[in-house]
Design a protein around this ligand. Structure first.
Ligand code: 6PG
Length: 249
């Protein structure tokens, strides 16, 4: 791995500050896109990210009618299952924002098996962004989390999906983080995004955060390096407590 990723590193002093920095970064990406007609596509992750995004989204100055939400990964469970990422967002304050409706979300079809769901979602993405072009969709902003093992999306250490280069969306049926059956974006489409924004909080992640951002150690989250886009890591103080590199605090 070629050293630490080039990234803007921000440290929030508390959860509200993490949320504000996240929403400011999304709004900056929204405002920097010159093409104002097509949908602005935001990729959503699960875990702790929904609470940070939902807490600050209402304060953003965005035409939500132009925003489409896609999923960086999704669990293949019914939407009313507590493990459904769409289900978490559907129950969040995001739905109270003017212009955000269920139609804002391009959902994964959890009734399909993993392989079929991945194929179906890849088509939905290319129809949304590529105008049906089977090429590589360029998503506007991906909101990413990182597990304590350094995974992101449903890309886990040592998993063969880390080397998937042919598909934009891949199935996984052996996720070490339950539930086992998911679909996930793969690195070609992740690293083709205009912006990737990590939110990573908690002392339990400090060592992996420093390994990635200081040493460039090869973890799945560290492989997120947009080829022609912005990379932002938003941490809280505990997750940044052993970080050596400069960060905006
Ligand atoms: C998921 C996520 C996953 C998540 C990490 C971090 O659906 O599980 O997409 O990649 O972002 O597990 O989760 P936390 O932020 O809760 O630690």
């Amino acid at each position: 791995m070629a050293g630490p990723p080039t990234a803007e590193v921000l440290v929030g002093k508390d959860a509200a500050d993490v949320s504000k920095r996240l929403c400011d970064a999304i709004e900056a990406a929204y405002n920097s896109r010159t093409e104002k007609e097509a949908a602005f596509v935001i990729g959503l992750s699960g875990g702790s990210l929904p609470k940070f995004f939902a807490a600050g989204a209402a304060k953003m100055t965005v035409d939500w009618g132009r925003v489409k939400f896609v999923f960086c990964d999704e669990r293949l469970v019914p939407f009313d299952d507590a493990e459904s990422t769409f289900g978490v967002y559907k129950a969040s304050a995001l739905m109270q924002i003017d212009g955000v409706t269920e139609a804002s979300f391009v959902v994964v079809d959890p009734s399909l098996d993993a392989a079929a769901a991945a194929k179906d979602y890849a088509k939905k993405l290319s129809d949304l962004v590529g105008g049906g072009d089977p090429g590589l969709p360029r998503l506007d902003v991906l909101l990413l989390g990182m597990g304590p093992d350094g995974h992101t999306c449903s890309l886990f250490p040592g998993h063969r999906l880390l080397d998937e280069a042919g598909e934009t969306v891949a199935p996984i049926t052996d996720s070490p983080k339950p539930p086992p059956n998911r679909v996930t974006l793969t690195y070609p489409v992740i690293n083709n995004a205009a912006a990737c924004i990590f939110v990573c909080t908690g002392e339990g992640k400090k060592d992996v955060v420093s390994a990635i951002l200081d040493d460039g150690t090869d973890y799945p989250a560290g492989r997120v390096r947009p080829t022609n886009g912005k990379l932002v890591w938003i941490l809280d103080s505990p997750a940044a407590s052993t970080l050596k590199r400069a960060a905006e605090r």
